[in-house]
Design a protein around this ligand. Sequence first.
Ligand SMILES: NC(=O)c1ccc[n+]([C@@H]2O[C@H](COP(=O)([O-])OP(=O)(O)OC[C@H]3O[C@@H](n4cnc5c(N)ncnc54)[C@H](O)[C@@H]3O)[C@@H](O)[C@H]2O)c1
Length: 386
Amino acid sequence: MTRPIRLALVGCGSRGTYLASLFKSHPLCRVTTLLDQHRAAAERAAGKLGLPDARIETDFDALLRDAPVDALLITSNPMTQADLACRAMERGKHACTEVPAAFTIDDCWRLVETVKKTGCKYQLMEQTRYWGFVDAWLAMRRRGELGHVCFVQGEYIHYESHWNFWTDPQTGEQFGSIDPPEGRKTVPTWRQTCFVDPIYYLPHTLSPLLKILEDRVVRVSCMGTRLGSHTHPTSSTPVRDIEYALMHTAKDTVMSVGAGFTLPYIIRGALGAHWYELRGTNGSVESPRCPEDKFRRWRRGEKTYTTMELSSTPLDADASQAASGHGGADFKPVDSFLRAIDGDTTPPLDAVLAAEITAPAVLAAESARRGGVALDVPDFRAEKRG
Ligand SMILES: NC(=O)c1ccc[n+]([C@@H]2O[C@H](COP(=O)([O-])OP(=O)(O)OC[C@H]3O[C@@H](n4cnc5c(N)ncnc54)[C@H](O)[C@@H]3O)[C@@H](O)[C@H]2O)c1
């Protein structure tokens, strides 16, 4: 692979621009191209990133055909990302996308099959799996300190009233309110479509939990509140406040996992909107429930919990990496993707693993729509689609 790896940012919103800044400062990478459906958004990103000479594009096919790029960071509307990534890989470009990786089982398979066919690198940019306590809990589980983990809980209940639920279709200007802004011609952003079934966002939760368990989900059932927020009863925005799924894994763990984006929540200390618990035959571990709380463990036979000095900072992060977003984890998928391209290795969160943490969420949304019916998750490690 020639160095530096030339990267295009596709989708110049807040997340993409931030991740592009991490790519820009990585020694293996040069950000050459910025694409957005709104030229103004790409130009704004060029200004924020200090890239006055970056190529600005609005046409994805033209970018694949003509732009000087080896790899794409795709942070557009998440409903478009799997398709854009597969089209890029078909043209020999490596691709990484953001959570959630896909909204259909077909797109999960398409990612897996396109990587197999093209040999390109694909990585999902889910980063909470790199948190320091996740690796510490994984080591504890491997040492047998939890015994067989029978039950796991996790949730991502994250409500920010200023999130961009509306956008001006002409300019791409975004509006931070759940109700449509008065006096403006706006259309819903991807957040509304996605948050109709907030459980679609579950890859964020399944990623660290399945890493700790070294397991995969095989069966899913889910229920949610009505379509129409109880937090915003007068709003016509069609979202559910919460969905919660029960899942069963191949190695016999029951998981209770949920997501919601319009339900007010208590901040879980350094983990913000995330919370986890694992309960095994030898003991249990739990992340903080509130800012005053600590990580804690319980060993079989003990009267109560013991505090654990753990944090979100990845165990191998240096000081500058630890300063990256989401408790120091944001640099990890950036670094892993570039090293996988440079060294011709498989990225740690590749297409198969991405499908394994995404398909249960896709099926949970379907289950909720069908009254909680239990659905089987495909085996993405099989040679072919079943
Ligand atoms: N891992 C995390 O912690 C984390 C945090 C925030 C957001 N995200 C994810 O990042 C992604 C982007 O989020 P965001 O908040 O930046 O969204 P955003 O809506 O602010 O930005 C998306 C940008 O993509 C552009 N766009 C949309 N569809 C396009 C298309 N088909 N072609 C070209 N441009 C297109 C839009 O004009 C917009 O500028 C989402 O998948 C989101 O879930 C992940």
